[in-house]
Design a protein around this ligand. Structure first.
Ligand code: UD1
Length: 411
């Protein structure tokens, strides 16, 4: 297993000691004087693992980087590794090469969780951070939270408190584990606070900061809006359905995937479908011999994963989104795009109660799609604090909590 520190191998120095190196032509931290408790920057590990993590980590990385007191260090566990599932998205989000790459890759839940724990523990023992921020609900989230907590390094969970109530979802287990051990819980909406309080979490551990994914969208709005992705694919804005599916409960078994494919083929008679397929879904379609029927349909545009800007441009231009993604339920609510979620439950109920989302199944797709096409879909409203300023609130909270914990040098 590769465990590499890819950048900034010099000991941590005060930002004021950033110097130009006349030999390499690069700016670097020079060890002019060793940091003291007063001058050392607060080292914050930001854990990024899988595609939906990157748009949550990026705004926080940029906001921390802009402070005079924090040193954000990006830790990529390698859970997602394909170019378009990882590097291309990080580049869109203007995030530099990770400081640490754990290279864990794919595997069973235990292999992945254990692999991340073993690799990340070594990083922490070698280069102990002052804070660890884990995001979302993937296996790496719970793994790094456990490593940090056992080493007595304070852990923040960004996007805490979401609950589907469905313990068959691996993500629900990751959420429960992470929230029960994290020191600080950053929540996106009041329902998340209520979930945590109901589980007995102390109120003073919770900061309601808002939805940080919206920050990524706002940071790149201009480029997203000027992207011509739909036109390049030959579909007109507002006249296609965008589809993404990747939940094991939908794509790992023939009994669930086949009715969905049939419902989508039926929908393709009404409007063009842009199907952006996750590697897990491609595998399911191939294993069950469904790929040719779907991808070969003249009204279906079948794509492998696309980077963030191109993908969000497809979301903004869609007449309707059909998905089982957590993040897309939120992005469509923010953008006012109708969202049909192929799931029995959601950990993001605010997108249903306030937004444009509705839970459906393969059998109810046709009637719900018709409601959208008849322009009768509910318009919804944007939840409070989904405003593009969540990273700034997160930074304020971290500064305050650093003072409270007397972690060095937030002076
Ligand atoms: C993971 C998360 C899920 C999240 C999703 C977003 C867990 C338990 N699940 O699910 O919460 O919604 O990411 O995409 O953490 N693969 C590739 N290339 C890659 C990554 C994966 O080919 O870059 C293939 C591999 O065959 C792998 C499979 O996809 O076994 C599943 O990847 P994995 O990270 O285990 O789970 P996801 O389904 O992506």
């Amino acid at each position: 297993m590769a465990l590499a520190r890819t950048r900034r191998d010099a000991p941590l120095m005060n930002k004021r000691e950033l110097r130009h190196n006349s030999v390499t032509g690069l700016c670097c931290y020079t060890p002019a004087r060793p940091p003291t408790a007063e001058t050392a920057l607060i080292k914050v590990h930001l854990i990024a693992a899988a595609r939906p993590n990157f748009m949550k980590v990026a705004p926080l990385y940029h906001a921390l980087k802009a402070t005079a007191w924090a040193e954000p260090l990006l830790v990529h566990t390698g859970q997602h590794y394909d170019h378009n599932m990882s590097d291309a998205i990080l580049r869109d989000l203007r995030v530099p090469e990770p400081d640490f790459h754990l290279g864990v890759g794919s595997g069973s839940h235990a292999e992945q969780t254990g692999g991340v724990m073993i690799a990340y523990e070594k990083v922490c023992l070698d280069d102990r951070p002052d804070w660890i921020v884990v995001v979302g609900d993937v296996n790496s989230t719970a793994a790094c939270a456990m490593v940090g907590t056992k080493l007595w390094i304070p852990v923040v969970h960004l996007e805490a408190g979401l609950r589907s109530g469905d313990r068959r979802m691996p993500e629900e287990i990751n959420r429960l584990v992470t929230d029960s051990i994290a020191d600080v819980l950053w929540t996106p909406s009041p329902d998340a606070d209520e979930n945590l309080l109901a589980e007995g979490v102390a109120r003073d551990k919770i900061d309601l900061i808002g939805n940080i994914m919206i920050d990524s969208f706002e940071m790149l709005r201009e480029r997203i809006e000027s992207s011509e992705t739909a036109a390049e694919l030959g579909v007109a804005a507002g006249e296609y359905a965008l589809v993404t599916l990747h939940r094991p409960s939908n794509v790992d078994a023939l009994e669930t995937l086949e009715p969905i494919v049939n419902a989508l083929l039926d929908a393709a008679k009404s409007l063009p479908i842009v199907f952006v397929a996750h590697p897990r879904t491609i595998k399911g379609l191939e294993d069950f011999s469904l790929k040719e029927t779907l991808a070969g349909n003249p009204n279906v545009i079948f794509l492998e994963p696309v980077p963030y800007i191109r993908f969000m441009s497809l979301v903004t231009g869609a007449r309707v989104v059909i998905t089982d993604s957590g993040g897309l339920q939120e992005e469509t609510t923010y953008l006012g795009v109708p969202c049909l979620t192929m799931r029995q439950n959601t950990e993001r109920p605010v997108t249903v109660s306030m937004g444009t989302n509705k839970l459906i199944d393969a059998h109810s797709l046709a009637e719900n799609l018709q409601t959208v096409l008849d322009d009768k879909w509910h318009t919804g409203e944007c939840p409070p604090l989904w405003d593009g300023k969540t990273a700034l609130r997160a930074v304020d909270c971290l500064e305050r909590r650093s003072r409270e914990r007397r972690i060095s040098s937030v002076q």
